[in-house]
Design a protein around this ligand. Structure first.
Ligand code: HEC
Length: 381
């Protein structure tokens, strides 16, 4: 017997779908309390379980086996070393040891959300992007006071990855900064500090003066022998926070591609009536990799899909700047076109004088792709 239920479905960054009766809030598929790892930090307590729906199954990888590292990674040895060092598995609390976070800090699904049709089929795009998150001990003010301003800034912002002796950990992908002046000029380093690169997060909190102090320290021409300023010291004494976050770091190879095996972006159709997946497709491609003979890998994607009564699913969202139409029943790609800039947005569809349009905002700019400033609307002739 078929029974119609008013339901509400919520996708989460962890790539789960929670489905409830919209009136009573009762879960339509049982939710189980899954035991999760304890924190290894002194004095930190985490809740022992997390709620996970028994159905639908998660639509992105939740953890990673070593065999799922990118076989084409340019610096495979260092990728494997980073993987082995990391803590893995869902809901792994952060610690000084990097935690491999999957499907990623931005999801899984992201702010684009999912589309759903009245038959109860949910369509959702997702990222599968591993990140490495870690903490380091907060330097204490009485340790910083004795250092030069540039060294204070280095100790506060850089030491976690480049080490107290600036030797980094090259086999894990963290370069040495010893005598950086022989390899790089100040302008390059100044830009890099703000923009970040690969696994290095960008840092925008430094003032121009502090940046000069930090550069002087890195280029070994710091004039200040003894400390006369307060630069690089915390502005006001706050509560003592024993650990700090080392930044949003993607797990990438040295060429900037994800260090994990594809898919890196997906599009999935899930039947909310049964809780089962109907299809899953790779979403997006790196043309230069496809040219080398790889199957489309999928790309990171931001922005959601739109589904029509007529049986089409439209989505942009990918880094490759394409706009695509799929057969919503089969997930078969029917049409694609290159946008003037990547459409990190959800399309909108509307009708004027009996003619149906679909429009997408092409803003680009995320994920290092060019910026755009146009809306592009499509209609059948
Ligand atoms: C979370 C870890 C992390 C932190 C924190 C960090 N870096 Fe890096 N840094 C890296 C990684 C990884 C690379 C290599 C990036 C690449 O080439 O893909 C790098 C590269 C660099 C390079 C380029 C080295 C070369 O040989 O070209 C410089 C210079 C640098 N970092 C300076 C800094 C400074 C200064 C700070 C503090 C303000 C800092 N980094 C903080 C991880 C980090």
């Amino acid at each position: 017997m078929i029974k119609k239920i008013d339901a509400v479905a919520q996708v989460t960054k962890s790539a789960h779908v929670f489905i409830f009766d919209r009136v009573t809030g009762k879960p339509l598929f049982p939710i189980r309390e899954m035991p999760v790892p304890k924190s290894s930090l002194p004095d930190e307590m985490v809740w022992p379980t997390q709620p996970v729906p028994t159905l639908p199954a998660p639509f992105a990888r939740q953890t990673l086996a070593e065999t799922e590292l990118n076989p084409y990674a340019a610096n495979r040895d260092s990728v494997v070393a980073q993987y082995r060092r990391a803590k893995k598995g869902p809901f792994q609390p952060l610690s000084k040891t990097p935690t491999l976070l999957l499907p990623g800090a931005d999801g899984g699904p992201e702010w684009g959300g999912a589309a759903v049709d009245p038959e109860g089929i949910l369509y959702v795009n997702a990222n599968e992007m591993a990140w490495l998150f870690s903490l380091s001990a907060t330097p204490k003010v009485d340790e910083l006071v004795h250092l030069s301003p540039g060294n204070r800034l280095y100790t506060t912002y850089c030491v976690a990855c480049h080490g107290p002796d600036r030797k980094g950990n090259p086999s894990s992908g963290y370069p040495s900064l010893v005598n950086i002046g022989q390899r790089r000029d100040r302008e390059y380093v100044a830009k890099l500090i703000t923009s970040g690169k690969g696994m290095m997060p960008g840092l925008s909190v430094l003032t121009a003066g502090q940046k000069q102090e930090l550069l002087a320290f890195l280029f070994n021409d710091e004039k200040v022998e003894t400390v006369t300023t307060t630069s690089g010291l915390p502005a006001k004494p706050g509560p003592y926070v024993p650990y700090r976050f080392n930044g949003y770091t993607k797990f990438l190879d040295s060429k900037g591609y994800p260090a994990i095996k594809p898919p890196w972006g997906t599009l999935t159709a899930i039947d909310l009536n049964t809780g089962h997946q109907i299809w899953q497709k790779t979403l997006g491609e790196f043309p230069e990799l496809t040219k080398r003979g790889l199957l489309p890998t999928g790309t990171e994607n931001y922005g959601g899909p739109v589904v029509t009564k007529g049986g089409l699913l439209f989505i942009a969202a990918t880094k490759d700047g394409m706009f695509r139409a799929y057969d919503k029943k089969t997930g078969h790609l029917l049409w694609q076109t290159q946008l003037p800039a990547a459409g990190f947005a959800t399309p909108s569809t509307y009708e004027v004088n009996g003619k149906q349009f679909i429009v997408i905002a092409c803003g680009g700019a995320k994920l290092g792709v060019p910026k755009g400033d146009s809306y592009v609307a499509f209609a059948l002739p």
